[in-house]
Design a protein around this ligand. Structure first.
Ligand code: FMN
Length: 264
């Protein structure tokens, strides 16, 4: 009886001490990331590159060979923001990084993250899996766990740059969001919009010193199954992203020389 009382008091004291201690130990630095259950709040977008728009356009190139290295969570955050992130609150209506016909915003972004694909800056990595980008919260919501790059490689007609990239973005369209307003012409608008988003992904990746390539060749149903897309979401584009094996180098002097040759 007495021993029971002592033991339960001891456990209570230990629990209280643990709670107090955990309140005072410094938070692990996860590269500005906060993890709330199955949601990962991404570091907020900020001015991070020193590359001008004209330099990013000049340097943009489809990259298909990667170094065996992860990208950082901050780089992923910036690429997702450039794809569909919020840029302005206009009386409660959120304008996004890429234009959209009638601001109907038909696109959804999934991210397929490989094992060790995205570093958190403290030696740890985002858990491999499929995530969906929440543009309002600038966060990733876990859809399913596991490294699905092999499946995505098969679904994209075995293009090796998909299997070997640490991360791939999958852009899906909900056509009805645009066609209910514009009818059949809305289909055209959705396809134009995914091009805008794709270019933002290319330019932001380039400015960050990363590489990407637009992938249009894949089995739609298989890609949809891999990311657990909702029935009304159709995959349109896949963008593997990684650290280029050979960084692309050129400058405006080289370009001017090229033009003078072309004008001869
Ligand atoms: C709609 C579209 C679909 C594409 N699909 C693929 C693809 O499935 N696989 C691939 O390796 N590249 C793909 N590309 C990339 C093109 O091959 C590439 O943009 C082109 O060769 C020009 O090279 P650059 O992007 O380096 O300027 C695609 C590009 C576009 C615009």
């Amino acid at each position: 009886m007495r021993l029971g009382f002592v033991l339960s008091s001891l456990v209570t004291v230990l629990v209280i001490a643990y709670v107090i201690f955990s309140l005072y130990i410094p938070q692990q630095d996860l590269g500005g990331v906060e993890i709330l259950g199955e949601e990962l709040l991404l570091p907020l977008p900020r001015k991070i590159t020193v590359v001008t728009v004209e330099e990013a356009i000049l340097l943009r190139k489809s990259i298909r060979e990667w170094r065996d290295a992860p990208i950082t969570v901050e780089q992923l955050s910036m690429i997702l923001w450039a794809s569909q992130g919020v840029v302005e609150d206009v009386d409660g209506w959120l304008r996004r990084a890429a234009p959209s016909a009638g601001a109907t915003y038909p696109l959804e972004v999934y991210v397929v993250i490989g094992e060790g694909g995205v570093s958190l800056g403290d030696g740890s990595y985002i858990e491999a899996g499929v995530y969906k980008y929440d543009y309002v919260r600038h966060s990733l919501k876990l859809i399913k766990r596991g490294d699905l790059r092999n499946d995505l490689w098969r679904a994209t007609l075995r293009q090796d740059w998909v299997r070997e990239a640490p991360v791939s973005l999958v852009i899906c369209a909900v056509y009805e969001r645009t066609t209910w307003r514009y009818g059949e012409r809305g289909v055209r608008y959705v396809h134009i919009e995914v091009g805008h988003v794709g270019q933002n992904i290319y330019l932001m990746s380039t400015a960050l010193g990363l590489g990407t390539v637009a992938i249009g060749a894949f089995h739609d149903d298989e890609v949809a199954r891999i990311v657990d897309a909702r029935r009304d979401e159709r995959p349109l584009y896949v963008f593997p992203v990684g650290v280029p094996l050979r960084p692309h180098k050129t400058d405006f002097r080289e370009l001017q020389e090229l033009y003078s040759r072309l004008r001869r």
